[in-house]
Design a protein around this ligand. Structure first.
Ligand code: ADP
Ligand code: TYD
Length: 214
């Protein structure tokens, strides 16, 4: 009995704390799954492939038309699915992606107001049959996220956006979480890192149990 391959995404507005927990989840999963000969592959968007990482540089630094930005995000995703995600899942490995299509809905749709119809068309084009099995949404009020960002790093193009942008981005994430409750798991990221880890431990154990199909 081998756990079925799973695709897990991490989402949240910048500064919510998602990167803090990805390595922890990956390590815990890898420890649990290695007895089955299963690898855990950690990747990210925009990025995940050599071409995707090159496009990431442009996307995070250069101003561009909002539709160009959305199209490039999906171009990166198309390559990511073809080169990394699909082959890994086909081998039976588990894939963790730091962001996936929910980020396009939240940032380009919510934050920049690109029509959700256009995003739905791109999603149908690029991955009609693929969705994450589980999406962790790290959720915090804007002021908490902003304070965390300001304390830690040089801000990229998205991170320099104003509060309204992040309010709309967060609302679109929460709207999607309500639309797809079976897949989304909202983590209250105002809690301490230790408390969030305990919550993640339980969720990961449950996910592995569910993945073992007799
Ligand atoms: P994201 O990847 O969502 O942009 P990060 O994981 O990089 O955010 O976190 C941003 C900053 O906030 C980091 O300095 C991190 O240590 C801190 N941080 C993350 N989660 C918490 C938390 N639950 N409590 C306090 N600080 C946190
Ligand atoms: P991220 O890797 O989370 O940034 P960091 O390493 O600084 O934490 O994400 C990069 C940025 O790209 C982030 O601000 C969100 C944005 N983004 C979109 O706008 N649309 C998308 O489809 C994706 C995947 C990311």
């Amino acid at each position: 009995m081998k756990p079925k391959a799973k695709f897990i995404s991490f989402e949240g507005i910048d500064g919510a704390g998602k990167s803090t927990h990805i390595a922890y989840v990956a390590e815990r999963l890898q420890t649990a799954l290695k007895t089955y000969g299963i690898n855990v592959i950690c990747s990210r968007e925009p990025g995940g492939t050599p071409l995707g990482e090159t496009l990431r540089e442009l996307l995070l630094q250069q101003k561009m038309h909002l539709e160009t930005e959305a199209l490039l995000m999906f171009a990166v995703r198309r390559e990511h699915i073809a080169q990394l995600i699909d082959p890994a899942l086909a081998r039976g490995d588990w894939v963790i992606s730091d962001r996936f299509t929910d980020a396009s809905f939240a940032y380009q749709g919510g934050g920049r107001h690109l029509s959700l119809d256009k995003l739905n068309i791109l999603e149908q084009w690029v991955h009609p049959d693929l969705q994450p099995d589980l999406t962790f949404l790290f959720d915090v009020p804007l002021d908490v996220a902003r304070a965390r960002l300001d304390a830690t790093r040089q801000l990229d193009k998205f991170e320099q956006e104003k509060a309204d942008f992040f309010a709309d981005t967060r609302n679109e994430y929460l709207r999607r979480a309500a639309e797809f409750p079976d897949r989304f798991c909202i983590i209250d990221s105002t809690q301490s890192i230790a408390t969030i880890r305990q919550e993640l431990d339980k969720l990961i154990d449950a996910l592995i149990q569910k993945a073992i199909v007799p």
